[in-house]
Design a protein around this ligand. Structure first.
Ligand code: ZN
Length: 76
């Protein structure tokens, strides 16, 4: 989104930093994904704490409705 463009001093730009955090938030969601009654990683109901935080961040960057891509038939 060009709306976020702003002068970046040195090192990571705000956009790069944001992308990096988005990627890790997505990875957390994927790892805790099986959206069943219970998170297999945390053992608590969905959304578990980790997923909750990840979605809180994604929501703050306007991606609160992101879901992991689910290849058909790749899971048993
Ligand atoms: Zn979990």
């Amino acid at each position: 989104m060009a709306a976020y463009a702003r002068p970046a001093p040195i090192g990571l730009s705000a956009a790069q930093l944001r992308n990096r955090m988005i990627r890790s938030a997505r990875r957390i969601i994927v790892e805790h994904w099986p959206r069943v009654d219970r998170c297999l990683v945390c053992g608590s109901g969905w959304p578990c704490t980790a997923t909750g935080y990840a979605y809180e961040f994604l929501g703050s960057v306007g991606q609160g409705d992101w879901v992991p891509p689910q290849p058909e038939g790749s899971r048993r």
